[in-house]
Design a protein around this ligand. Sequence first.
Ligand code: SIN
Length: 318
Amino acid sequence: MASLAVSLAGLELRNPVLSASGTFGHGLEMQHFAPPRLLGGLVSKTVTLAPRPGNPLPRICETEAGLLNSIGLENRGLEYYLREIAPAMRAAECVVITNIGGERIEDFAELAARLDGESAVDALEVNLSCPNVQGGKLPFATDPRTAEAVLRRVRASTRKPLLAKLSPNVTDIGEIARAVEAGGADAVTAVNTLLGMSVDWRTGKPGINTVMGGYSGVGVKPVALRCAWQCVSAVKIPVIGCGGVASASDVLEFLAVGCRAVEVGTSCFSDPSHIARLPEQLAALLEGAGFSDVNQRIGVLGKGQATPACRPPVAGHA
Ligand code: SIN
């Protein structure tokens, strides 16, 4: 069995497969489909200080290749998370990452401070990049100075490892990655959803109530891969790939561009158990190609190495 263990930002993951925020509840809701002991980690739905009802319906719709969502960070707020969710998460047999979101820099700092003492939480993912609040303006993810300021305040509020989740809806994601690294992020998650929209030409109605929303699913993979690679090229901290991952081969593509792990999201909607099968499929794929350790495939982009299983046979041998 190929070794799948990876480490990043001080976290030891049994494999590089994590759930993506917002697609898997807080994680334990899905344990009958995907036992946490099979995953590298669980990333929670975004938690905000106060409860949020989210955006008006409809706030999700299918596209030809993926989903549009405009949930608007619906959640029951930090008090509920600390009282009802976190204690249960202490039993999760994998790394637990809590995703936090806010409207002001102070919100992020307070969330980080309040979660700092919670033993269930191994790390925080700072959601700088939800496209469905503040009119899709993405104030924290598009301006490097603001992104750095958020991370600086959060860094001062917690000792936990910090992942900064970035948006693809920027001109130069490498610049934002460098900014969050300067602010104290321990890793970058690349990327959140692409800003998109859909319309029914017969009725003139938009697919989702807010018209614009976040586009995700297999169609975004080339964009996400490009963003992840740009982040890898821009910073020294590890990068976690996110966007369109639906197979073990997709996982290895993100690792090839230098990511140390991936988050799996939209594909869990059609089959919530498939994420739990990915590690085994990943091991089989690696073994079939002649590799004994997943770390051998991290950052191989452009290195020109054929996989052992693809090498031409040595003359005289079958
Ligand atoms: C949402 O709740 O609207 C989606 C969360 C996100 O994209 O960060």
